[in-house]
Design a protein around this ligand. Structure first.
Ligand code: GRG
Length: 289
């Protein structure tokens, strides 16, 4: 199976799982908004969970719950990130954002409920033994919370009001929290599911997370809004310090390529079994959305 076919297959498995989890609630605005928020997207994080699980001998019947959990957590972060008090976006995945389609209160509540749904999914028996489920829940809480993604968002907001533009080291730290923490959790989750040492995946995960964000900054400058499904060039208009504004476009591209090479090399212990994760790293810097 080619990488695009494999990613589509994983995305379909994850969507089936999320559809089942969100089948209750009927036509209530909250339920509709949650289903809207988990639709579409590249499913990179869910793909990483399922493929890193397979690399550690764990099949999709089990890992799909982890893939659905991280996509639910990610969807919450996007719904809240799009709110007027955050990034104030009206377009996401080619669709109106949740607060535009419904209203702000519904968007806040849908985000809250998607966040708790992530933990509910990780509690399912199908995931594995209780100690594995607890390890996944605890590590996701850390990755998503005030020492991870939410911290990154807070650092980003603080930077907007600070007089000085951020340095490269500060941008790297902020993005490791804001974007990197969930990507790292996704890569390590497969090892946890397989009862292996998650440290083996950490270097790949960190290089991938950073490459992902550099690619996002490049896309913000060079991308096509119709293909990306979201408004672009927002950071440049806001005068925000990004990898591109600090490094320049060419150096940013070169750094992203180097990080992908480093990520691929970091999987050498797994040999050709990890080729699918190497393809994913290459995809992350070549995507148009
Ligand atoms: C708690 C009110 C409140 C807000 C928190 C958690 C949060 C807001 C923001 C998190 C940070 C965030 C949304 C980072 C964005 C990272 C990013 C590049 C998202 C886009 O990911 P893709 O490209 O999207 O994988 P798709 O649509 O493909 O899933």
């Amino acid at each position: 199976m080619s990488f695009p076919e494999r990613r589509a297959a994983r995305a379909a498995e994850i969507q089936t799982c999320l559809n089942a989890a969100l089948a209750d609630g009927g036509d209530l605005p909250l339920a509709q908004a949650m289903r809207h928020a988990v639709s579409g997207g590249k499913r990179v994080r869910g793909f990483l969970v399922m493929e890193s699980a397979l690399l550690h001998g764990v099949g999709s019947k089990c890992s799909v719950w982890g893939g659905a959990a991280i996509e639910s957590m990610h969807a919450y972060s996007l719904v809240h990130d799009d709110l007027p008090c955050m990034d104030d976006d009206d377009l996401r995945r080619g669709q109106p954002t949740v607060h535009v389609r419904w209203n702000e209160a519904t968007a806040v509540l849908a985000g809250d409920a998607l966040q708790t749904l992530a933990f509910e999914l990780l509690a399912r028996d199908a995931i594995g033994a209780p100690h594995i489920r607890v390890a996944l829940m605890a590590s996701l809480a850390t990755a998503a919370g005030a020492r991870g993604m939410v911290m990154g968002q807070a650092q980003d907001i603080a930077a907007e009001t600070a007089g000085e533009p951020l340095t490269l080291d500060q941008i790297t730290e902020l993005q490791a929290n804001k974007t990197g923490a969930l990507i790292e959790w996704s890569c390590l989750a497969g090892a946890v599911l397989g009862g292996a040492d998650p440290a083996q995946m950490r270097h790949y995960a960190r290089c991938l997370g950073l490459a992902f964000q550099i690619a996002d900054d490049i896309l913000d400058i060079e991308g096509d809004s119709a293909l990306a499904g979201k408004r672009l060039q927002k950071d440049a208009h806001a005068g925000k310090a990004t990898f591109v504004s600090v490094l320049g476009l060419d150096a940013a591209k070169s750094r992203a390529r180097d990080l992908v090479t480093e990520a691929c090399d970091a999987l050498s212990v797994y040999g050709a079994d990890a080729d699918c994760l190497r393809d994913c790293a290459r995809f992350v810097i070549s995507r148009d959305s």
